[in-house]
Design a protein around this ligand. Structure first.
Ligand code: DOR
Ligand code: ZN
Length: 349
């Protein structure tokens, strides 16, 4: 049995750090990642380059001394976004990508896109300038079953949008279905597409949320699907294939907002993500492909070098105990419980 593996320092290609007291509480839990793509769905959202710069400064202040993390900022695409601001912010190295939320699809997406024709000029400018588009891939049509919203998004929105904007590089964020995996795999040539896969979608299927009682801490968006989809995600993550890389979508909410008649979507996985990933890759005999998923494929997609330094994951004899929650101001935030004991621990290499 392998007891220790050394990896290039991982990156997180999809992370929610929030703001204010929550930012202060959660940022240290991502400090060991090399880089992270920071989601812009604050209230109000991060729409302009100036707002992204100010938010990056707040993140840097919230990180502990010696943190490895370098935040890679994104702008929240609205129907009034100025293409010149995107292009200039990307050329300056301030932003790494732009995030598209269909309006109403998820947390703080109200300012997102309703009419995709209205963002066509922005997307064309992005294609021209090589700015990747990160997509929350779910339709918002209330007629569409929530478990089908990703697959329908591909047919109705994503594929037409990509055909209309040749050269636009797209990341399908937090892919949750075999349809998503197949679409990305079939359209990835030349770096045209990538997909992030979360830690929690490798672990839970929809039963975790609904069977034997309702478990709000497993509710996230896109919602976890049936087991066959989870297995397709695991296969993709463990394949070593270039288009698939880690984006935790660690999305902290106060317990007071999760445990409600209408609770928020999001799983907070930052503290135990690497331990869980080592566990599931080991389970499937794929530890030798963990580095591709966490540390190589993402930088290759974003045309950045992999991190130079390394971390070591060591399998402990006894269970590694993570806290069940953290404090954030007066609130608590529950850490994702994978439902199995964890043995892998991260150390600097
Ligand atoms: O579960 C989720 N939480 N999915 C998202 O798309 C947004 C995120 C959040 O910001 O809470
Ligand atoms: Zn997210």
């Amino acid at each position: 049995m392998t007891n220790s593996i050394t990896l290039r320092r991982p990156d997180d290609w999809h992370l929610h750090l929030r703001d204010g007291a929550m930012l202060g509480a959660v940022a240290p839990h991502s400090a060991e990642f090399g880089r992270a793509i920071i989601m812009p769905n604050l209230v109000p959202p991060v729409v302009t380059g100036d707002q992204a710069r100010a938010y990056r400064d707040r993140i840097m202040k919230a990180l502990p001394d010696g943190a490895a993390l370098r935040p890679l900022m994104t702008l929240y695409l609205t129907e009034t976004t100025d293409p010149a601001d995107i292009v200039a912010s990307h050329a300056d190295g301030l932003i790494a990508a732009v995030k598209l939320y269909p309006a109403g699809a998820t947390t703080n997406s109200a300012s997102g896109v309703t009419d995709f024709d209205r963002v066509r000029p922005v997307l064309e400018a992005m294609a021209e300038a090589g700015v990747p588009l990160c997509v929350h891939g779910e339709v918002t049509d209330p007629e569409v079953d929530i478990f089908d919203r990703e697959a329908v998004f591909i047919d109705r929105i994503l594929d037409p949008l990509r055909r209309a904007t040749p050269g636009l590089r797209v990341v399908m964020e937090h892919v949750t279905t075999s349809d998503g995996v197949d679409y990305v795999r079939g359209n990835a040539s030349g770096g045209a597409m990538g997909a992030t896969i979360t830690t929690h979608h490798l672990v839970i299927n929809r039963n975790a949320i609904l069977a034997g009682g309702i478990r709000p801490h497993y509710y996230c968006l896109p919602v976890a699907k049936r087991e066959s989809h989870r297995l397709a995600l695991r296969k993709a993550a463990m394949s070593g294939e270039g288009p698939f890389f880690l984006g935790t979508d660690s999305a902290p909410h106060p317990d007071s907002a999760k445990l409600q008649p209408c609770g928020c979507a999001g799983c907070f996985t930052a503290p135990n993500t690497m331990s869980i990933l080592a566990h599931v890759f080991e389970e499937d005999g794929a530890l030798d492909r963990l580095e591709a998923f966490t540390s190589l494929n993402g930088p290759a997609f974003y045309a950045m070098p992999p991190n130079e330094d390394r971390i070591r994951l060591t399998r402990q004899e006894t269970e590694v105990s993570f806290p069940t929650e953290i404090a954030a101001g007066d609130e608590t935030v529950t850490i994702f419980d994978p439902g199995f004991p964890l043995f892998w621990q991260t150390e600097p290499a």
